[in-house]
Design a protein around this ligand. Sequence first.
Ligand SMILES: *Cc1c(COP(=O)(O)O)cnc(C)c1O
Length: 481
Amino acid sequence: METTKPTSPYASLLRGLPAVHRLLAAPTLKEAAILLPASLITQTAQEVLDEVRSSILNTLENPPPYVPSESELIQRVSERLHRLQQPSLRGAINATGVVLHTGLGRARLSEEACAAIAEVAKAHSLVEIDTASGQRGSRQDHIQSLLRELTGAEETLVLNNCAGAVFLAVSALAAGHEVVISRGELVEIGGAFRIPDIIRASGATLVEVGTTNRTRLSDYADALTERTALILRCHPSNFAIVGFTEEVPSPELAALAHKNSLLFMEDQGNGTLFPMETWGLSGMKGSLVESVSAGCDVVMASGDKLLGATQAGILLGKSEPIGKIAKHPLARALRVDKLTLAGLEATLRLYRNPETARTAVPTLRYLTRQEPEIRRLAQLLARGIRRTLNDKAQFEVELVKESSQVGGGSLPNESLPTVCVRVQCFTANPTVMELAKALRQSTPPIFARIRNDALLFDPRTLEPAEIPLIVSAFQKIGTEL
Ligand SMILES: *Cc1c(COP(=O)(O)O)cnc(C)c1O
């Protein structure tokens, strides 16, 4: 059916637009054809023209629509083609101060981990081969002795991620049985990973005990039946219950489980290897070393949270339950990739000397960065930005005291004092939102915090070499104002 649209007063302008083939004849677009398929270039030119057409048609009132010139249209097509040639998944600058920013890929890896990944990626590798016999080996071997050495665990297993590890462990150890967990620990982790759902999906029955804020040893003891398979503790890593609270220490839960010939499992989540109080990070509760020594049969954690390594699900514990998990048919579906293993092994090696780990693992370096260093970086950045915006009175650039977040659903209570560069603009052009968008779309993309109509750049998560990149992005945006 024909629809009758009100005719735009500017419809005549449409006829003035060049045809697609005219745009395609431009030398810059002909050059692009060497690198990209002709159909993609035609489609892109078509899209640009369509957008201009619909913007003209949608302009019904004054001021009259803006009609780009032919050379401007060619420029737009060529910019879009340039963007198509860039990888979609590429590096970015994290000036948000959120150390484990999920959107920006959680943990940034150490130089050592990056080198190990590159080496294993470029060549064939020893992922599943034994050099002594020439026979097939296990990919777990590369990491097992290191994890044992660092945590004291009897047995270890590395899988694709922690959510998968929880699912597999409950499936292997408790399907058809009951899993006892405190009401205060029935958490949802990002991406709708909900502990109650995981337990149900694993074929086990959830038995909630205690209350949201207080759960005692007797609550657990009273819930145990002949159908119980395990007591589960899940660290509520992304929220905190404060005030009138009570929880049972892990060693007591382990003892209760073992007295009743049951298993005690802990989803430690954030992957802190050992207590970090010595580094002034007192808000961090629990660590893999503590869980193992508490007598956990199985403890699991993410590789790419506070451990600062690649995405992985790390399982530690006693030989028998871990062996059972490893033999479950679904274990193959959660197999860890060789690049992940290479990065994880290289990161763990750094932990042999805690001070080396603190400086070499970016997650730890950023978490323990002290204010004087952050302030120095902030001053450098502020000076650079001021220089690029020199005579533009609509901007104000200053240092402000702020706090950084750990992020990645870790340590909601821990806020780290920091010094940010605050950039405010007092005109409508550009607005703070537009400025933030221009930065996100620059090369490399830059992410800052947006707060009260200002942009905040937190140097906590920046490397010194990234500061000139932010300054030159401002330079480029400044010249376009
Ligand atoms: C983050 C987290 C998970 C999920 O880990 P992934 O590695 O992202 O799958 C599971 N449990 C806890 C307690 C967590 O903090």
